[in-house]
Ligand binder design. Structure first.
Ligand SMILES: O=C(O)CCC(=O)C(=O)O
Ligand SMILES: [Fe+2]
Length: 312
C-alpha cells in the first residue's frame, strides 16, 4: 500500500529550557530552522496549566454569548484591534481584542466594559495566560537572536520593549450552502511574533514554501508560534512570515486565542544581516506605525504589505 504522508509543521518541545544548557542550544537551531523554512512551528509548552487553559476558553465562550451592543464596546484607536462582528464576506467569524494584555489594569478595563457588574476571575485568568504565553514568545526571540549571533540586540526586544495584543476569535461552522473558504482570507500577520492556541476544533492552515496547505492539528498543551512581518523584516528576509488562513469544515464552534506582539518604536535591521551575499531588503521602520498604516489602508494583507511599507 502506498502511503502519502501529509506535510506537517515542525513540533518542538519548549519545556524546561534554561538559557545556555545543551537542550537550549539544540532548540535554538531547531526553532530558527523551523521559522526559516515554515515561518512557524508547534510548541509543546506546559507553561499554561490545563486548568487555566480550560478556564480561559470557558470564559471566552461566555464572552461571546454577550449581546452585540455590549461586544461593540470593545473599541480601539487602531482599526482592527477592537471587536469585529460577522460581515457578508466573513459571516462565520467574530473577534475581540485586548490591548496591553500583559497589564492587569488593561484587562480589567476590558472586563468592566463587558461585565459592568463583575466578571469573576476573567481578568486575572486572561492576564496570567497572556503573561505565561509571553514567556514562550520571549524564549523564541532570544533563541533566534542567539542562533544568528546577534544576542546583543535582544535587550531591545525583551518584554518591556514590546506591546502585547490578545485576540480571541470565534468561528461558527459553515452551513452547507455557505463557502467554508471565506472564514478568514489568506494573510500574514503584521506583528513580530504571533502565538495561537485553540479549543479542540481544528481549522488553521499554513501555506508551505512549495504552495501546499498544511492543516495544523493541535495537540494538548500546544501553541503555534509564527514569525510575522516584523520578525521577517528584522531578519532581512531570513525568517518566513507564513501565509495562513482558517477553514471551517466540521459542525462545532471553533475558539482560538492569538497573542500578537509588537515592538514599541523602531525595528532596526541588524547590520550583521547585510553583506554582498545578502543585500538589504528592508529599511528600519516604526512597527506600530506600520500596523496603524496597514490597518487604515489595507492594500495588501499578505507579505506584500511589509515590502510596500519598508522594502528597499
Ligand atoms: O484562529 C486562528 O487559528 C488564526 C487566527 C489568525 O490568523 C489571526 O487572528 O491573525
Ligand atoms: Fe493570522
Amino acid at each position: 500500500m502506498v502511503s502519502i504522508s501529509q506535510p506537517k509543521v515542525p513540533m518542538i518541545d519548549m519545556n524546561d529550557l534554561k538559557p545556555g544548557s545543551d537542550s537550549w542550544v539544540l532548540r535554538c537551531q531547531e526553532v530558527t530552522h523551523a521559522l526559516e523554512e515554515y515561518g512557524c512551528f508547534m510548541a509543546i509548552y506546559q507553561g499554561v496549566s490545563k486548568e487555566l487553559n480550560k478556564e480561559v476558553f470557558d470564559s471566552i465562550k461566555t464572552l461571546y454569548k454577550l449581546p452585540a451592543e455590549t461586544k461593540i464596546k470593545n473599541t480601539s484607536d487602531t482599526p482592527l484591534f477592537g471587536y469585529l462582528g460577522p460581515t457578508h464576506t466573513r459571516p462565520l467569524f467574530e473577534s475581540m481584542g485586548i490591548e496591553n494584555v500583559t497589564s492587569l489594569d488593561h484587562v480589567q478595563h476590558f472586563a468592566n466594559l463587558m461585565w459592568p457588574s463583575g466578571s469573576h476571575h476573567f481578568s486575572e485568568n486572561i492576564n496570567s495566560y497572556a503573561n505565561l504565553v509571553s514567556e514562550l514568545e520571549n524564549a523564541v526571540k532570544q533563541m533566534v537572536f542567539q542562533s544568528y549571533g546577534v544576542e546583543k540586540y535582544y535587550e531591545s526586544y525583551d518584554k518591556s520593549s514590546m506591546t502585547y495584543l490578545l485576540r480571541v476569535n470565534k468561528y461558527k461552522p459553515a452551513k452547507t450552502n455557505e463557502s467554508n473558504i471565506a472564514t478568514t482570507a489568506i494573510h500574514t500577520d503584521r506583528s513580530f511574533v504571533s502565538i495561537l492556541s485553540q479549543n479542540h476544533v481544528n481549522g488553521l492552515e499554513v501555506l508551505t514554501r512549495d504552495d501546499k496547505w498544511v492543516t495544523v492539528e493541535f495537540l494538548p498543551s500546544s501553541f503555534i508560534v509564527m514569525a510575522a512581518d516584523g520578525f521577517m523584516a528584522w531578519s532581512n528576509g531570513r525568517l518566513r512570515s507564513a501565509p495562513h488562513r482558517v477553514m471551517m469544515n466540521g459542525q462545532e464552534d471553533r475558539y482560538s486565542i492569538g497573542l500578537f506582539t509588537f515592538k514599541k518604536g523602531v525595528i532596526e535591521i541588524p547590520k550583521e544581516f547585510v553583506d554582498e551575499e545578502h543585500p538589504s531588503r528592508f529599511k528600519s521602520f516604526n512597527h506600530l506605525e506600520y500596523v496603524d498604516h496597514m490597518s487604515k489602508s489595507p492594500v495588501y494583507i499578505d507579505e506584500r504589505a511589509i515590502k510596500l511599507f519598508c522594502g528597499t
